[in-house]
Write a protein that binds this ligand. Sequence first.
Ligand SMILES: [Zn+2]
Length: 170
Amino acid sequence: MTRLGDALIKAGIFVKPQEDIVKPQEDVVIEQEIDNTHITAHFTWKEALFLPTWNRVANENDGLSQEIKTNLIDIFGILEKIRSLLGNRPISVHCAYRPSKYNSVIGGATRSAHVQGKAVDFSIAGISCDEVRAILVPRLDELMIRMEKLNGSNWIHIDTNKTRPRYFIP
Ligand SMILES: [Zn+2]
């Protein structure tokens, strides 16, 4: 930029280049609509659909179907039971549904239950994940879930896949 150009910008004579104008994104509207909607009493659709690496919620364009939504309602219902089992402490959901494209980007297992909306990764403030796993192991049959045996990890993976064993090394 020339010295004259700088002077003109300072004087407010030059108009800002077009690229600087942020265009509204359609996703923002979808995200706002879904934010406050609860999937179950203590969890929101945003928690069920948020994709941390992409920093947005998943939508129909990612392959989100009614069947996947039904699976998510099911696993979050189980998460409610876990929440009450552990003294109603708030649960932090790390990730639940992962579109297959997202799953490959983050290096998830090809047949991951997350892709079907049948899995959730979470942690609970004030209890270590190893402690939570120890509490849940004897209840996996009753809760009808599988859980990953990942000693020392800072998240707990549960899913509603029917395969055995219920407590498994991923
Ligand atoms: Zn997981």
